[in-house]
Design a protein around this ligand. Structure first.
Ligand SMILES: [Zn+2]
Length: 76
């Protein structure tokens, strides 16, 4: 592992789905996750609220604010 601070990797997705997402967002999800950027706002995706949000990032490629916007913020 080159950088222990950042070791996230995009989860595997079916090639067809991967292509569809790339077409949809205009960026490669894998590429975005690899460089810690958000596929939705193109911003930096470096800090997450919890492990679940971090996991979600590897799936959707969305940063914390974008996840909050899409899924809503849960206060607990
Ligand atoms: Zn974002």
């Amino acid at each position: 592992m080159k950088n222990p601070q950042y070791s996230l990797e995009a989860t595997f997705k079916n090639q067809g789905i991967e292509q569809m997402l790339t077409n949809l967002t205009g960026v490669s999800r894998k590429g975005a996750v690899a460089e810690a950027s958000c596929v939705t706002c193109k911003g930096e995706a470096s800090s997450f609220r919890d492990a679940l949000s971090k996991k979600e990032y590897t799936i959707s490629g969305m940063c914390q604010p974008c996840q909050d916007e899409v899924f809503g913020v849960s206060e607990d």
